[in-house]
Design a protein around this ligand. Sequence first.
Ligand SMILES: [Zn+2]
Length: 291
Amino acid sequence: MATKRSSRSAGFYRRGGWIRGVFERGWLALALLALATVSSCSTVAVTGRRQFNLFSPTDESELGAAAYTEMLAESKGKEITSGPDFDMVQRVTKRISVVSDDPGFQWEAKLIDDPATVNAWCLPGGKIAVYTGILPVCQDETGLAVVLGHEIAHAIARHGTSRMSTNMATQVGIELAATQSEDVAQYREVVLGAANLLVLMPFGRDDELEADHIGLIYMARAGYDPRQAKAFWERMGAAGGGQEPPEFLSTHPSHSSRVEQIEQLLPKALAEYEAAKVAPKGPPKPISVRP
Ligand SMILES: [Zn+2]
């Protein structure tokens, strides 16, 4: 219906319309986010925490595989493919993955000859790298089980893509409110294109403590003594020599909160360890190793 207005009131009306539009778009963004949140919650194994994740397990595995290719390209020519350390990495990966809440990952573990890098990681889909710099801190197979228990826990708990989902939801909310030109699917494409974010984005403190929790249970289930975990983290804390913390520790929680949690969970972990000694759980599963 046509109405006659003065130019001043028409201007006011337009400004009002613009503001109302932003509100409408804001509500649309909120509605979409609410829908995405409701339809994208999953439960974390061991801890039972509910979390938000926009990625499907298939997306996640593809993302992990792409990031693996990128990260390994940086270590070209440095892969160790035989010997006792290599065998130990394969053995610990197999023993922990087989008792983990494995959703069907294609496990793969590489040992990288890089004594200056005190680090290890496990990408979504079960793609693992261990740098030789962390082995002296591990000291033995049980120490490596602490590291790989923790890293495998990050992957099983879907910490990488959950963190990316939260970032995406924030961005989508801002963009929708401003322009209404972007949607969740487009952001998903952008993030899928930046696979190495999985390795480059630091985990939050809560994710770290949850990975400690799940990792402690997994190492115990795999038959590694969980009482050694505390000593490992003490060695890791000392590895920086009071200067720059090792890469493996750079985003990790304070030593006291970590040790406190380990002590609190130790009775539960020891029960798993004792049960594992009596009855190993599940048949050994081969892991894919490309020489
Ligand atoms: Zn971690």
